[in-house]
Design a binder for this molecule. Structure first.
Ligand SMILES: [Mg+2]
Ligand SMILES: [Zn+2]
Length: 158
């Protein structure tokens, strides 16, 4: 509708987990290994004023038998409760438990979980963003802008 301004919260930010919000320690199976980047908290606090926040993470360690679904879900739960302590609300955490060789539909850069969030929460993907530290995973095949997060500098590139 012409002239209609959508509420900003209809837009989402889909955040990668490892190497973007927390240090990428490879197949994190225990909450003790969660190391939140210095700038994650202030960045999310700012972003949540304008966007609904989601985490989308590939966890192929599950398919490879390195970690279990329970471990991944526990780590995700601990992470979002740590964020909640700082007043940050993560709407949902989506993880792909498959290995790339399985050619599943939910592994990034497939937009599967983005569409799921769009239908469940009414997220307008055209005004949404994907933020991650892996260039390939940011180019999902829907109209969502990808932003590369530079792990080395530990700063968001926005
Ligand atoms: Mg990553
Ligand atoms: Zn998958």
């Amino acid at each position: 509708m012409k002239g209609k301004v959508l509420p900003l919260t209809n837009y989402g930010i889909f955040l990668d987990r490892d190497g973007t919000l927390i240090e990428d320690r490879g197949h994190i199976g225990s909450p003790e290994d969660i190391q939140i980047f210095r700038d994650t908290i202030p960045a999310l606090r700012l972003l949540q004023n304008y966007f609904t926040l989601f985490i989308v993470t590939n966890q192929p360690g599950i398919a490879r038998g390195i970690i279990t679904r329970e471990q991944v879900e526990n780590v995700n739960r601990c992470l979002i409760s740590r964020f909640a302590e700082y007043g940050i609300q993560i709407q949902n955490v989506y993880y792909c438990p498959h290995d790339r060789t399985e050619r599943c539909k939910c592994i990034k850069p497939n937009p599967y979980f983005l569409h799921e969030a769009a239908s469940k929460y009414g997220v307008d993907l055209k005004g949404s963003f994907v933020i991650g530290d892996h260039p390939r995973f940011n180019s999902v095949s829907v109209t969502v802008t990808g932003i590369l997060h530079s792990q080395r500098s530990e700063y968001f590139v926005l």
